[in-house]
Design a protein around this ligand. Structure first.
Ligand SMILES: [Zn+2]
Length: 130
């Protein structure tokens, strides 16, 4: 206790590439999947939480890591498909993915891509710690 936990909006918000609706914070980033995993468009990010996302119909899909029940996820603002959600993983080693969201890198923009996201500090807090 005693430590103020600030949500670190340090330029790491992941947004819909098409309409820039915020989809997730880097704080909920679980892992970046690269070699071990391939999605249709290359790199993908696995998130614990997603916001502003609508979830489509569940379906069974055979992925790199086995059979999964997944549901496509869509930006709730513009309706673009931005990735999918793992609903059920059949393989024991993949169970950790259940309930998590995958956002495809090619379909999202992170905070560093966004010019409006440059200044997120609360006013009056700069240069306090020197
Ligand atoms: Zn969108």
């Amino acid at each position: 206790m005693g430590r103020i936990f600030m949500v670190e909006l340090d330029g790491r918000v992941y947004c819909c590439r098409f309409c820039r609706t915020h989809l997730s914070l880097s704080l909920s980033l679980f892992s970046i999947m690269e070699q071990s995993f391939q999605c249709r468009h290359g790199k993908a990010y696995l998130f614990n939480h997603g916001t502003n996302i609508s979830v489509g119909d569940e379906e069974e899909r055979v992925l790199f890591s086995g059979m999964h029940t997944v549901a496509d996820i869509f930006c709730c603002c513009c309706g673009q498909n931005v990735g999918w959600k793992y609903v059920v993983a059949q393989e024991k080693t993949q169970k950790y993915k259940e309930g998590k969201f995958v956002l495809e890198r090619g379909r999202i923009a992170d905070g560093t891509d966004l010019e409006f996201y440059v200044d997120t500090r609360p006013s009056g807090s700069d240069a306090d710690d020197s």
